[in-house]
Write a protein that binds this ligand. Structure first.
Ligand code: SAM
Ligand code: GLN
Length: 261
């Protein structure tokens, strides 16, 4: 089939033209500029329909393209790992402010997923990172990204809950960041989100299970903690005297607490 035919089919299904170019680019390896200039260029029809059909049932574009742009970089992603969200860039920004202001050298992230958060932090600083995840797949992808961005020598990634894999290093950790699963179990999610790993999203009946377990299991004295939260979870933290920061949509999104004093 030709580029011109593929674009028409894509648009007839109500999907955006820009996306069609990305999909054809993935199949052919040609640049968008080339495809725009050569609408008669022929490529594999079967591959096109395979990808189109996945999109029509809601399979996320980032999984098809194996990439997601986050903060300043393009991270490798695939099915089995959470696709980093734009609102999570605010977690990176706030962590960076703390690192700069408090001259932090050692940062831990709980639940690294693709590694987008901790790798973005390491790329902006000289910090050393410790990352955990309960998903083997996530750790594998995070390692792949750490190699891609050449921070593997500054990032120790280990399988396990919370900071259990770093018991021996725990005292050295100065800053803990996390974007944990915080969606309420019974939430109705968009069909695209249903293709993402459940353990990355759901946080119990009120979505707060992760925070409760973390806060009751760790002695945070001497550390600073920065975490992402759901838009309706700010009060849980305000009551505990945390600083709650809103995102660009005006929703509660980031919580910070300094446990050093
Ligand atoms: N940090 C990535 C990001 O922001 O794109 C992924 C965040 S995703 C919302 C949460 C991640 O935490 C998932 O990869 C999940 O497997 C992991 N996770 C869930 N509970 C955990 C726990 N108790 N300890 C460590 N990791 C956990
Ligand atoms: N904001 C994500 C969503 O809408 C949830 C991310 C999370 O649970 N940390 O699906």
């Amino acid at each position: 089939m030709t580029v011109y035919e593929a674009l028409k089919i894509y648009k007839d299904r109500g999907l955006p033209e820009l996306e069609a170019y990305l999909v054809i680019k993935k199949i052919t390896g040609k640049t968008k500029e080339y495809l725009v200039a050569h609408p008669e260029y022929q490529f594999c029809e079967q591959s096109f329909f395979d990808l189109l059909n996945k999109r029509l049932v809601g399979f996320p574009l980032s999984y098809l393209l194996n990439e997601k742009s986050f903060y300043k970089h393009n991270f490798y992603v695939e099915e089995g790992v959470l696709i980093p969200r734009p609102e999570t860039e605010l977690l990176v920004e706030n962590a960076l402010k703390v690192i700069d202001k408090e001259k932090i050298k050692k940062v831990a992230e709980i639940g690294v997923g693709s590694g987008a958060v901790i790798i973005s932090i390491l790329l902006e600083t000289n910090c050393v990172g410790f990352g955990t995840d309960i998903s083997k797949k996530a750790l594998e992808i995070a390692k792949k990204n750490a190699r891609k961005f050449r921070v593997i020598d500054r990032l120790d990634l280990r399988l396990g809950k919370f900071l259990e894999p770093f018991k021996n290093e725990y005292d050295e950790i100065e800053l803990i960041v996390s974007n944990p699963p915080y969606v309420k179990n019974n939430s109705n999610l968009q069909k695209e989100v249903m293709f993402e790993p459940k353990e990355a999203l759901f946080g119990g009946e009120d979505g707060l299970d992760f925070y409760r377990e973390f806060l009751s299991s760790y002695d945070l004295n001497g550390k600073i903690v920065v975490m992402e939260i759901g838009h309706d979870q700010g009060d849980f933290f305000r009551k505990k005297d945390w600083n709650v920061i809103k995102d660009y949509s005006g929703n509660d999104r980031i919580v910070i607490k300094d446990f050093r004093r």
